[in-house]
Design a protein around this ligand. Structure first.
Ligand SMILES: Cc1ncc(COP(=O)(O)O)c(C=O)c1O
Length: 493
């Protein structure tokens, strides 16, 4: 029986097209099996109170499109079946379908998954690392720089060069020399849409499915994921308070090593010069690339800066990545890579395929800020502001937890790690949850450790606390809430 509502025809005087649509939808949605009879034109016309010609027109159209078969003297039958819609099968909590026909890259991505973005709902004081206070953004300067960029009108709006504008690359060349003693040619600098794009492109350019890459343990998850998605295998090397333990490198064979020597992410160690030299010596011995992620090097507090690996290396193996995410805003999506000579052309080609180029107006505005000196003044201002936030956080941790905590990685950057020596790691998730219920967002270090650390730290609760988005008063308040959360837990009784 065709499922028409009795009043359909009467109220709306069903035409041929409406009858055709309803029947077609029922076939498509799997109401009928293939071969199943549908009413004859005569009986359906009677049932709907329309002329037989109207039904014949609808049936002819359905037959022409292959939905039904009609033959002289026989009752029309359904000619095709459509599978009934099922919930897509998924393998991952984040809902990526495993059944879809995907490339190898896609399949790796399904296996590896993406990083969940923790919700900020009901979080009053959020120590989420990576966020920057919007009040710190130099809005007036940026607006002026944008206006100047906009006023430089060209006749046509044309795609730019994949490597970025020459104005920005020249400005960065000077900045990198002044701020990081990096001496490079402008053609070695390529503008990317955030460091993340550099990591993604480098993974695709340098890693094959069966390759390996050395990575710090714990490490920056977004780098590890970008590299693992190529199908290459991670060789995690444990980190201590001075960063990557290069004595463990030995003769490990890997295509590349990804490191954060200026301020290890997340533990905060600063790689001493001997380890820098030994890392470069390893890369030379094993013919590996080194990716140096200098993501927060502008923030150094009570220490002298060490030269980046780029300037220590004499073999052209270091690829240097920088970003404006920590100084201006992570929402801008502007980063830069300094690549060794043999990678210039290929990196530009990959960048062009990825997104042609990073937005030109933003590049022009940033170039203007750097050229005028405003960027470096802003860097100094940000360093002062974050120095204050950092001191407030350390003081709040000491006031609330005394010597029960070890605080690591404080001499640089925008985050620190706090280890609760007396609190068992097994309770880490519960603490994070309980803190959240009191309105404070804190983040566990454990998901970044794979495999688990061999040091005693593995038994302790460890939290990564980012402070760049918080006013000092809120930092203090947040840590008192964290103490409250701990006090509510069983082990503290
Ligand atoms: C280790 C590391 N590298 C790079 C970045 C910045 O990435 P992007 O430039 O893509 O914003 C971050 C941000 O949190 C980071 O922690």
């Amino acid at each position: 029986m065709v499922q028409f509502k009795k009043h359909d025809a009467k109220l709306y005087r069903l035409g041929a097209h409406a009858i055709y649509e309803r029947l077609r939808d029922q076939v498509v949605s799997g109401v009928y099996a293939v071969g199943e009879k549908i009413p004859s034109t005569r009986s359906l016309a009677k049932e709907l109170g329309v002329s037989r010609t109207t039904v014949c027109v609808a049936y002819d159209q359905l037959a022409a499109e292959g939905f039904i078969s009609v033959s002289q003297g026989a009752q029309p039958r359904v000619a095709v079946t459509f599978p009934t819609a099922e919930e897509p099968r998924t393998d991952q909590a984040d809902g990526m379908a495993i059944e879809a026909p995907l490339s190898r890259y896609g399949r790796h991505l399904v296996t590896i998954g993406s990083l969940p973005q923790p919700s900020s709902k009901n979080v009053v004081v959020n120590f989420r690392y990576g966020e920057v206070a919007s009040a710190d953004f130099p809005s007036v300067l940026w607006r002026q720089a944008m206006m100047r960029a906009l006023s430089r009108k060209s006749k046509v709006l044309a795609y730019g060069e994949p490597e970025g504008t020459s104005a920005l690359r020249r400005a960065l060349q000077g900045y990198l020399w002044r701020a990081r003693s990096i001496s490079c040619r402008t053609d070695q600098i390529i503008i990317v849409s955030g460091s993340q794009q550099a990591l993604d492109l480098l993974g695709r350019l340098l890693l094959n499915e069966d390759d390996s890459f050395v990575i710090e343990n714990p490490s920056y998850a977004m780098a590890r994921l970008a590299f693992e998605t190529t199908g290459a295998a991670a060789i995690p090397i444990e980190v201590d308070s001075a960063g990557l333990d290069t004595s463990r490198l030995g003769d490990i064979s890997a295509q590349l090593a990804y490191v954060t020597p200026s301020h290890q992410y997340p533990l905060g160690g600063i790689l001493p010069i001997e380890r820098r030299l030994s890392l470069i010596a390893w890369a030379k011995r094993t013919n590996a690339w080194i990716i140096e992620d200098d993501y927060d090097s502008e923030y150094r507090y009570d220490m002298k800066p060490l030269p980046p690996l780029w300037s220590v290396d004499d073999s052209g193996r270091v690829i240097y990545i920088g970003t404006v995410s920590k100084i201006l805003s992570p929402t801008l999506r502007i980063g830069y890579v300094v690549v060794p000579e043999p990678l210039i052309a290929i990196f530009k080609a990959a960048k062009q395929l990825a997104d042609r180029h990073t937005p030109l107006l933003d590049q022009d505005a940033l170039a203007g800020l750097i050229q005028s000196g405003a960027y470096e003044r802003h860097v100094r201002r940000q360093r002062r502001l974050n120095q204050k936030r950092r001191q407030t956080l350390i003081a709040a941790l000491r006031t609330n937890f005394g010597t029960d905590v070890d605080i690591e990685g404080t001499s640089a950057g925008l985050h620190l790690v706090v280890w609760f020596r007396l609190l068992p790691a097994a309770s880490e998730d519960e603490l994070v949850e309980r803190a959240r219920s009191l309105g404070v967002g804190v983040y566990s270090v454990r998901p970044l450790c794979d495999p688990p650390l061999s040091s005693g730290r593995n038994e302790q609760i460890g939290l990564v606390l980012g402070y760049a988005s918080l006013d000092p008063e809120w930092i203090t308040y947040g840590i008192t809430l964290l103490r409250k959360a701990i006090a509510e837990m069983e082990f503290s009784a």
